[in-house]
Design a protein around this ligand. Structure first.
Ligand code: THU
Length: 147
């Protein structure tokens, strides 16, 4: 399986690396309430991979998804150019980023290639653009208001 996009090309080795890193990150999930562990791995243009896991809370709404943890880690290290993200969960279908995570990702990489998988090896891929069409972003603000 290969992922091609306008500006770059992901080969099989990179895809496998991302899936492995997402699986590893998933093992660190803190999900005592849902028991649904998710792992994400974000590849940056600098070649680094940032892992993320979901972190739940007794106040359920305070939970954060694996995808946003991975993005936050990268941003906090000064990396804002993203190449691809893998998401892995133990679900019947490949793990799929929730709406908030799609929105969060779209801020930085609206066309980000996503590689989604479950632990049975079922894999799905697609660009974020297809998963969040007409994403709300800074372009919706009128110039004089976007200060
Ligand atoms: N979750 C993620 O980490 N990523 C997703 O894309 C979907 C949902 C987490 C949030 C919560 O900890 C658990 O999965 C169940 O919703």
């Amino acid at each position: 399986m290969q992922v091609a996009d306008k500006n770059f090309y992901l080969d099989e080795e990179q895809i496998q690396r991302l899936l492995e890193e997402a699986k590893k990150a998933r093992l660190l999930a803190y999900a005592p309430y849902s028991s649904y562990q998710v792992g994400a791995a974000l590849l940056t243009k600098g070649g680094r991979v940032y892992g993320g896991c979901n972190i739940e809370n007794a106040s359920y709404g305070a939970a954060i998804c694996a995808e946003r943890v991975a993005v936050a880690r990268a941003i906090a290290e000064g990396e804002t150019d993203f190449v691809a993200m893998a998401v892995v969960a133990d679900s019947p279908e490949p793990g799929s980023p929730c709406g908030i995570c799609r929105q969060f990702l779209a801020e930085f990489a609206p066309e980000l290639p996503l590689i989604m998988a479950n632990l049975d090896g079922k894999v799905r891929q697609g660009s974020l653009e297809a998963y969040l069409p007409y994403a709300f972003n800074k372009d919706y603000f009128r110039a004089e208001e976007a200060k």
